[in-house]
Design a binder for this molecule. Structure first.
Ligand SMILES: [Fe+2]
Length: 438
């Protein structure tokens, strides 16, 4: 070989080796982690356990907890200074039996009116430890943490640790909480696992398939879920805990039920129309929707399972100008462009699949290829999302992989509201027509 060719050839070979090294040194996906072990640890039967809180109408929160003692009162004492409770509220309680299992006494007590953006100290059942919560702000900005398909594995713990490090006002969970799957004690261990976070910030959840524990002709499918995770369905005019809405700062959030009837003659659809007719985009410029089974999903896992619900509800939600739809079910992360009817559409919703909370079933790693034009980012890793609604026109979404430090954003995007882009005004006539239809 000519000496003057030797140097460029050597350089080219070195560059190819370097490039190959970069590819092989690329992100190595860690394996699934084991289900956490919860040692049998009997507590005094009157001790409040599994404490979690949720929004319950304007300026009100629902405090939920469980005691072994059936005579323990459903009372919450609260105030803005530690150890000094200026207010007291009494609530309701329930319990259930599931084959050989008997639940503790499940208490739900609504407290308020509360000041916005304020730290409160509270105690459940007149005894036990003091908890601390922060109410959401009255106006934008407001920040949501989002993760679905949580389960209770080492990865769930990692996700919770990450969420704990971020500053957020409300946690939203688009289905699949405990992965109890008929083993009722797993509902209790999940309640214990999430208490440190869920007792301090409202946790707003909707149901996934793992909440359904149906025994035909014998047990209603969502008995345990409904008894333990009571959401503000009555406060939002719904007749079912499986779908409801809430408002926080300048955001109207609709939690739909993938596992309740959703066709246009269903109770859920009628409720959705009624709920949308009450939305005032001057007061709540942002409109979000959460449900479990994704409509825009390029993963082979659960492919097409959301199609029927999408066919029934997407035209109505499009006319209503929904900004962002968040789903779980697929154990991976995916974000779309604004999309409607299977194509990019500037007035459609951004769809985000965030079923990556850390469940025992592991990650869904196979994607359809090529990726459709509307799919922007997809990756099978555990993590959580943060959605910061900055003002009436801009929101910032970021996705945080558990393998990185919390501040590292593996995906991020600024989202402009449909109110500010004129889509909501443009479609208001179409929406009125659908809402007026019998
Ligand atoms: Fe699921």
């Amino acid at each position: 070989m000519e000496p003057n060719l030797l140097l460029p050839l050597t350089m080219a070979i070195l560059m190819i080796i370097a490039a190959a090294a970069t590819v092989t040194a690329d992100y190595i996906r860690p394996p699934p982690r084991k289900t956490l072990h919860f040692p049998w640890d009997p507590k005094p039967s009157s001790l409040p356990q599994q404490v979690h809180i949720s929004l319950a109408g304007d300026k009100h929160l629902r405090i939920s907890w469980i005691t072994g003692d059936k005579s323990s009162p459903s009372v919450v004492e609260y105030g803005t200074s530690p150890g000094s409770y200026s207010s007291r509220a009494k609530g309701e309680s329930t319990s259930y039996k599931y084959l050989l299992y008997s639940s503790g006494k499940i208490h739900h007590t609504v407290i308020g009116p509360l000041e916005h953006g304020t730290i409160y100290f509270y105690r459940c059942g007149g005894q036990g430890p003091e908890f601390q919560l922060k109410t959401p702000p009255s106006q934008l900005p407001v920040t949501f943490a989002v993760a679905g398909d949580m389960g209770q594995t080492g990865w769930t713990k990692s996700t919770l640790d990450h969420i704990d490090q971020c500053k957020y006002d409300v946690h939203m969970l688009p289905g699949d909480l405990a992965y109890a799957d008929y083993f009722q004690r797993r509902w209790d261990t999940f309640g214990e696992l999430v208490q440190p976070l869920a007792s301090g910030r409202p946790w707003m959840v909707t149901e996934g398939n793992h909440e359904e524990e149906n025994i035909p002709l014998f047990k209603d499918g969502f008995q345990s879920y409904n008894a333990r995770w009571k959401m503000p369905f009555e406060e939002s005019g719904s007749s079912s805990n499986l779908y409801y809405s809430f408002e926080v700062a300048g955001v109207h959030v609709i939690m739909l039920g993938s596992f309740a009837d959703y066709d246009e003659y269903s109770d859920q659809y009628s409720w959705l129309k009624a709920d949308l007719s009450k939305v005032d985009r001057d007061r709540t410029p942002w409109l979000l929707v959460l449900f479990h089974v994704p409509w825009y999903n390029t993963n082979y896992a659960h492919q097409g399972e959301g199609d029927r619900m999408m066919a029934a509800m997407e035209p109505l939600l499009y006319a209503a100008g929904v900004d962002i739809m968040l789903a779980g079910h697929v154990h991976a992360y995916e974000r779309s462009k604004r999309v409607y009817s299977g194509k990019s559409d500037p007035c459609g919703a951004v769809h985000i699949t965030i079923g990556d909370g850390g469940n025992k079933e592991g990650l869904a790693q196979k994607y359809k290829s090529p990726s459709p034009e509307w799919s922007i980012f997809r990756e099978a890793s555990f993590g959580h999302g943060e959605l910061k609604m900055i003002n009436s026109t801009h929101a910032f979404w970021s996705w945080h992989r558990n393998d990185d430090d919390e501040p590292v954003r593996s995906d991020q995007v600024w989202i402009t509201s449909l109110v500010s882009s004129g889509c909501v005004a443009e479609k208001s006539h179409e929406l009125r027509k659908i809402l007026m239809a019998p």
